[in-house]
Design a protein around this ligand. Sequence first.
Ligand code: NCD
Length: 306
Amino acid sequence: MRSLIDILDFTTAELDELIATANDIIENPAKYSEKCKGKKLATLFFEPSTRTRLSFEAAMLELGGSVLGFSEANSSSAAKGESVADTAKTISCYADIIAMRHPKEGAPLVAAQNASIPVINAGDGGHNHPTQTLADLLTINREKGGFNNLTVGFCGDLKFGRTVHSLITALSRYEGINVVLISPDELKLPSYVKKDILEKNNIPYKQTTDLESVIPELDILYMTRVQRERFFNEEDYLRLKDSYVLEPKKLKNAKKDLCIMHPLPRVNEISVAVDDDPRACYFKQVLNGKFIRMALILKLLEEAKR
Ligand code: NCD
């Protein structure tokens, strides 16, 4: 059974196909409005979410399907001690496809190993978030026309930010990618991502704590929130939370066609004054997230038939 647990589960050709389908959905929504008639998506969210869960639900509804699920662990049998494996087996009796978010790294993989329907990882702890990466890739493709020869800056919480880990992994398969890692020392990219992804694929990268000094080089600036829920103590969070605040004056020397991205939710990392800058792409990312999830649901349900 084909699932999406890690962005590398799909080849670059498959990602291109998903992007093409999403672009076609954007152009011709009516063509897709009954494609999933009679099908059910279960959203199993053991962690908070606004965009990911609701975009999955909106995606399935716009495909003519229906949705069921829960949005917090406490309202599911996990609160009684049920295992992820048993939950996955149970939901396989009710739905055709699962989107699961869980605070434990690897939980969606365990679900996929036990379900008899496709499972989509909608974020597992501080590890991965492949469907945010799909939204990011669609956005980059629409804004930049492709993925090669881009200098991409990642700024903020690169340690716990799962969207960063997945997007770096996805970009490592393209040509001419340069990565600039901007974070406080304590929130640097984990060494497993540096070694297994950047170094293994010979992706040039540099690390800095200073956002303004590198802004002029960037084609894409990917801002992230400091991930409060993954900290061991509140004092560290409070000390680090406002390490970077992107304001209009800091964009003075940025490229005219810089693409400013953020998976959202934002806390303080991007001042609202930046929202009016034509280079701000984060709300486009939100919309793209729905269309690419429609393409993903279609692909996995199609493959499940075979
Ligand atoms: C991200 C996540 O959940 O990792 N949000 C999202 O899905 N768009 C980013 C975050 O929570 O900071």
